[in-house]
Ligand binder design. Structure first.
Ligand SMILES: CC(C)(COP(=O)(O)OP(=O)(O)OC[C@H]1O[C@@H](n2cnc3c(N)ncnc32)[C@H](O)[C@@H]1OP(=O)(O)O)[C@@H](O)C(=O)NCCC(=O)NCCS
Length: 328
């Protein structure tokens, strides 16, 4: 399949390919220099390339270059109940439009080969929405769009944010005693995400995945912390938080993320999600993060409205695609 070689690329070769990318991480922050973004993308890409379980395809001709990396995902395979993986790198360039289209097709063909070699059934990929050519190429190779993501950002430099003061609403850090209630909220709260929107996955599987994810976050196995929102002393919602350590390492400015929120149906439209968002930003600010980011699905206008009301601004958009192998 395709003309790709499996030899690992050098960092210099990857750096040159990244230079032609139309969408480097954090390119919406003018405070991050082009060299810092390139270094971040290089470290991220090389860590994928060098991961022991990765399958890597390199296309290197005079007029066209491409790199794709596919990795199996143990946690996703476990919770989805099928061998699952992710295409962590999919980038290419050519001297003109014709060769770019040619190399993207060769690369997509190699990805299909990697999926077969790894015996994967459920394979995800996230692309910046500006990389439409890559998304279209992957669609032709059998991937389907299952989600679109809007990413919002809030600057955390300058004056400390004021605490939220809403009658009856209290925000605090989660403890292990919260796990049963938070799991119940997580297992009934989501409808718009890429799992619930995937016709190949049952609602039960997607609900359970969110429950396990939330429990792992409270137990400190994933993310940086969890904030719980109470209404009149009752647990009504939560936000899982994370921090990007690579950003801190590479450009000395740490980026925090508000990863996953839900508010129980009985507690909605009382300002709880907005309060959780503001307090999450304060929590991240107190830990020295320079920005707070949050993403939501294109269809999730309630969540987008919450983030805009909490002071976030639009930063970036991306597409999620998924390949389902019929024969694994
Ligand atoms: C999205 C969600 C978290 C909002 O929680 P919430 O506590 O009801 O939101 P808030 O009360 O803080 O709303 C703040 C503002 O956001 C907007 N908003 C919230 N829900 C809205 C809705 N369903 N439709 C339109 N606007 C909405 C409003 O402007 C609202 O202010 P207002 O009530 O004064 O008009 C909640 O609906 C939910 O848990 N949904 C399911 C899980 C989910 O989608 N999570 C997001 C994943 S990214």
């Amino acid at each position: 399949m395709g003309e790709a070689s499996k030899a690992l690329p050098s960092a210099e070769w990857v750096r040159d390919l990244l230079r032609s990318s139309s969408a480097l991480p954090y390119d919406y922050y003018p405070e991050v220099t082009a060299e810092e973004r390139l270094e971040y993308a290089l470290r991220q890409t090389m860590s994928s390339v060098e991961s022991p379980s990765a399958h890597c395809a390199v296309i290197d001709h005079e007029d066209r270059q491409g790199l794709a990396v596919t990795v199996p995902l143990a946690w996703d395979s476990d919770v989805l109940g099928v061998p699952a993986g992710r295409v962590t790198v999919f980038m290419f360039s050519g001297v003109d439009q014709e060769t770019t289209i040619k190399v993207s097709g060769e690369l997509a063909c190699s990805v299909r080969g990697q999926i077969d070699e790894l015996s994967l059934q459920h394979v995800s990929v996230r692309l910046d929405a500006r990389e439409l050519l890559a998304a279209q190429t992957l669609e032709r190779a059998g991937f389907e769009i299952v989600d679109g993501i809007l990413k919002f950002s809030h600057a955390l430099d300058g004056t400390p944010l004021a605490p939220t003061d809403l009658p009856g609403i209290q925000i605090r850090e989660a403890t292990k005693a919260d796990i049963p209630k938070l799991r119940a909220l997580a297992e009934s709260g989501f409808i718009y995400d890429r799992f619930h929107n995937d016709p190949r996955l049952s609602k039960e599987t997607s609900d359970r995945l969110h429950g396990i994810w939330t429990e792992n976050a409270v137990r400190g196995k994933t993310g940086a912390g969890v904030l719980v929102g109470e209404v009149d002393g009752e647990v009504g919602g939560f936000f899982i938080l994370a921090e990007d350590k690579l950003a801190k390492e590479v450009f000395g400015k740490s980026v925090g993320t508000l990863v996953l929120i839900t508010v129980g149906k009985a507690y909605r439209r009382r300002g709880l999600a907005k309060a959780l968002s503001r307090e999450s930003l304060r929590w991240l600010q107190a830990r020295g993060n320079r920005w707070g980011e949050v993403g939501t699905q294109l269809a999730n206008t309630p969540a987008s409205s919450v983030y805009l009301a909490a002071g976030f601004r639009m930063a970036q958009t991306s597409l999620s695609l998924r390949y389902w192998s019929p024969g694994a």
